[in-house]
Design a protein around this ligand. Structure first.
Ligand code: SAM
Length: 307
């Protein structure tokens, strides 16, 4: 059964890529609403195990409603996958790790979470609301130059300077506290439109990625997967924009080649991963059913014995 508020992306493809064994041990680093986790549990036998993580408390709470918390094969921890190695310590080496990156549909669709320029709500954008600054707090104090940088680097926004200047001007008169307020301000600051794209899309993406340290945590999670996977174990990552996909692609390529490390001196390390197949994208039927799948790219690698 699929949760009505989140359709898992590339579900069959991801499960196939994990090469599930009925008695295997798996980690779902991004539980969300458990779409992938539930399908995975359905294919595991009585001896299989699944550890799920999510840095969003709402995701963890949703497992109760999904009646997953009664399943003895399953455990769910409120944690970032940037702490994958620590969280998976008690499991021994695992057979597969799945990371389905980014935000979930409930995060986007709940106005109070402040992720969406389509829904007016408090300007928050934190996946973990127990830590760090909300977008409103950050925008109230960020230096204009830093804001330009964040919009450019994480949003690839051409009009970063104009938007940052508009933010600084606006906040001098009145704090920016709602998503609607920020979306309108950006709409007015941006001189031209990309077809089919709201002018605030790039800025919202940039602020969200920066505040949640999405790229830094991805790097950490990928690196730690090497210590957590057993030889032959699979790493399956679904990315939703080019910045995160680039990181995944480079990581898998570098680990396959044997990369240079700097400790204690420059050496070429043994390869740790073997890439499996090419990047996988959803087909037309999936995109028609679930438009949020359209930008998904899945990459798969297998842990080697060496390295
Ligand atoms: C695309 S959704 C996952 C959906 C899930 N696969 C499903 O089918 O229901 C991404 C989820 O990952 C979580 N997330 C994002 N970055 C994370 C991180 N660094 N550590 C743990 N969870 C993270 C988000 O809070 C969100 O719930």
């Amino acid at each position: 059964m699929e949760s009505p508020d989140h359709l898992p992306v590339l579900l069959e493809e991801a499960l196939d890529a994990l090469c599930l064994r009925a008695d295997g041990v798996y980690v779902d680093g991004t539980f969300g609403r458990g779409g992938h986790s539930r399908a995975l549990l359905q294919r595991l036998g009585a001896k299989g195990r699944l550890l799920a993580l999510d840095k969003d408390r709402d995701a963890v709470v949703s497992a109760e409603a999904l009646a997953l918390s009664g399943d003895a094969r399953f455990s769910l921890v409120h944690s970032s996958f940037a702490r994958l190695a620590e969280q998976a310590e008690g499991l021994g080496r695992v057979d597969g790790i799945l990371l389905d990156l980014g935000v979930s549909s409930p995060q986007l669709d709940t106005a109070e979470r402040g992720f969406s320029f389509m829904r007016d709500g408090p300007l928050d954008m934190r996946m973990n609301v127990d830590a760090g600054l909300s977008a409103a707090q950050w925008l109230a104090q960020v230096a204009e130059k830093e804001l330009v940088e964040v919009l450019r680097v994480y949003g690839e926004e051409r009009f970063a300077r104009r938007i940052a200047a508009a933010v600084v001007l606006q906040r001098a008169g009145q704090p920016i506290t709602s998503t609607g307020q920020l979306a309108k301000l950006i709409e007015q600051a941006v001189p031209s439109r990309e077809p089919g794209k709201h002018p605030a899309t790039r800025s919202f993406q940039a602020i969200r990625i920066f505040l949640n340290d999405e790229l830094g945590e991805l790097q950490q999670g990928l690196q730690q997967s090497l210590a957590v996977l057993k030889p032959g174990g699979r790493l399956v990552v679904i990315a939703f924009h080019s910045l995160e996909d680039r990181i995944v692609k480079r990581f898998m390529r570098d680990q396959e080649r044997g990369h240079d490390v700097h400790a204690p001196q420059w050496v070429t390390a043994a390869p740790t991963l073997r890439r499996i197949g090419k990047a996988v994208r959803p087909g037309e039927a999936e995109v028609a059913r679930n438009p949020r799948a359209r930008s998904a790219v899945m990459r798969v690698a297998e842990r080697l014995v060496s390295g």
